[in-house]
Design a protein around this ligand. Structure first.
Ligand SMILES: [Zn+2]
Length: 212
């Protein structure tokens, strides 16, 4: 595959122009860009990896005031404050370009149409759980599994049996010793959400039940 300009790649990701130096430094630290963070080009085949690294390294948020505020408070759930990265709205981890309440409404309608209501979320933070419970229509039933404390399989069994949809919420505090109890191969209830926003979570669930 041919090389592509790093700045174009960052623009495609929706990253704000004044954040390019931060993004480049992170890519350099993680070895995705080699020799110097100021290089012009990167192998096109690395763009997927670059996005993964930047998603893991930063909390992506848009410039809308509520999102900025929420991004700054996100430290509550994550321990250390993840470095922030300003991106365009559609890529925002907080609002996902869409109010979370609206995406939860869409999700609820899709679930109702599919005759499902019981969602088990593995991972996430207390803040996210509160917000989901507040904004979600009442006909959706939620249970949450703390991703930080690994327990015996017996502990998880009742929730696992109860769930109609199991969401593995990556990029939130989630120990693989916890998620390992849920991501059984071939379990068609399981979906993996890689982005942190509630809108992304709801959107993935909507897509999942519509596909089936
Ligand atoms: Zn936003």
């Amino acid at each position: 595959m041919t090389d592509i300009p790093i700045d174009n790649m960052l623009m495609d990701f929706g990253i704000a122009y004044n954040e390019y130096p931060n993004a480049r430094n992170a890519l350099f630290e993680w070895g995705v860009i080699q020799r110097s963070p100021h290089r012009a080009n990167i192998a096109g085949s690395k763009s997927c990896l670059a996005r993964e690294v930047l998603t893991a390294a930063f909390l992506w948020h848009c410039n809308n005031g509520d999102c900025r505020q929420a991004a700054n408070k996100d430290a509550d759930g994550y321990g250390d404050l993840p470095p922030l990265l300003v991106v365009k709205q559609s890529e925002c981890d907080i609002c996902g370009g869409k109010p979370s309440a609206r995406s939860l409404d869409e999700m609820s309608a899709a679930l109702a149409a599919a005759g499902r209501s019981r969602i088990l979320v593995v991972g996430g933070t207390e803040r996210k759980e509160r917000e989901i419970r507040e904004k979600s229509p009442p006909c959706v039933e939620w249970r949450f599994v703390d991703g930080k404390v690994a327990r015996d399989d017996r502990y998880y069994r009742p929730d696992r049996n109860w769930a109609e949809i199991i969401v593995i919420w990556q990029s939130t505090p989630l120990d693989h010793r916890v998620s390992a109890h849920f991501d059984g191969k071939g379990d068609r209830r399981v979906i993996t959400v890689r982005r942190r926003s509630i809108a992304a979570l709801a959107g993935e669930i909507t897509g999942h039940v519509r596909r089936r």
